[in-house]
Design a binder for this molecule. Structure first.
Ligand code: 3SL
Length: 251
């Protein structure tokens, strides 16, 4: 399996210009906090997450869904969108609130990354809690060429997404040495992600708190519980998988 990572959706090349050609799968990462929240929402029984890059489209789609079966969730600049049911904390998507509900979600960066690769044949989301489960799913599905796409912050690099890209890459290498996991030629980003994981994998929470977005969240208020949840390793076996364009379901 050929693996490569891109720091943000803006770094993702046109498929025909990419090393190894068009990928058969993408894994989107937004450790703080969109993909962690998505995984926990599905773990806690949400029917699906419907992701939107844009708030107006989200509101129109949510309005067309039965009121008792929907929730709106999202943030801008780290704060809950005014009038929405939920923000973007994995602690907020409790079973009592989300069971059986479709969550119409938009975040500053994570849902934009999802949008960028939504036409690929297989689309998964990863976070630190499900990084081994994601690696397993890619192997089970016989994926040959995967793009691991970070979300960054408004087009800029994010340390925590690179850490998680390294965590998924390392899990792939541990689980499938015989399948020949190899880094795509020229993708220094994946080499750096694996090195970052080696350096900081023993203290993911320290990495998340050091990252610029971690610092941003700390400035917004106490996010200790979010940091602990987002930094937890392999606590989930659920993998959000795109079932139809923009709609993620548990797998
Ligand atoms: O950027 C995003 O998509 C969010 O995950 C950011 S936040 O952690 O909710 O502030």
């Amino acid at each position: 399996m050929l693996i490569q990572t891109f720091h943000t959706s803006e770094c993702v090349p046109a498929a025909e210009r990419a090393e190894g050609g068009s990928p058969d799968a993408a894994v989107v990462i937004d450790v703080l906090r969109a993909t962690t929240t998505m995984a926990w929402a599905l773990e806690n029984g949400a029917e699906a997450i419907q992701a939107f890059a844009d708030l107006e489209t989200l509101k129109a789609s949510a309005a067309a869904w039965p009121a008792e079966q929907r929730l709106t969730a999202g943030e801008r600049g780290g704060a809950r969108v005014e009038g929405f049911d939920l923000g973007n904390s994995p602690l907020g998507v409790t079973p009592e609130l989300v069971r059986g509900k479709r969550i119409f979600m938009s975040t500053t960066n994570g849902t934009r990354s999802l949008d960028r690769v939504r036409d690929l044949p297989l689309l998964l989301t990863a976070c630190l809690p499900n990084r081994t489960a994601v690696a397993r799913r890619l192997i089970e599905r016989g994926v040959q060429n995967v793009w691991i796409v970070g979300s960054g912050w408004e087009g800029a690099y994010s340390l925590e997404d690179t850490l998680a890209a390294g965590a998924v890459g390392a899990a792939l290498m541990e689980l499938a040495p015989a399948a020949g996991i190899s880094v795509a030629a020229g993708n220094d980003e994946m080499v750096a992600a694996l090195a970052l994981w080696q350096q900081w994998g023993h203290d993911p929470e320290g990495c998340l708190r050091t990252a610029s977005h971690g610092q941003r969240l700390e400035r917004l208020g106490n996010h200790d519980a979010d940091f602990q949840c987002c930094a937890a390793l392999d606590t989930l076996t659920i993998v959000p998988m795109q079932a139809e364009p923009g709609v993620l379901k548990a797998s």
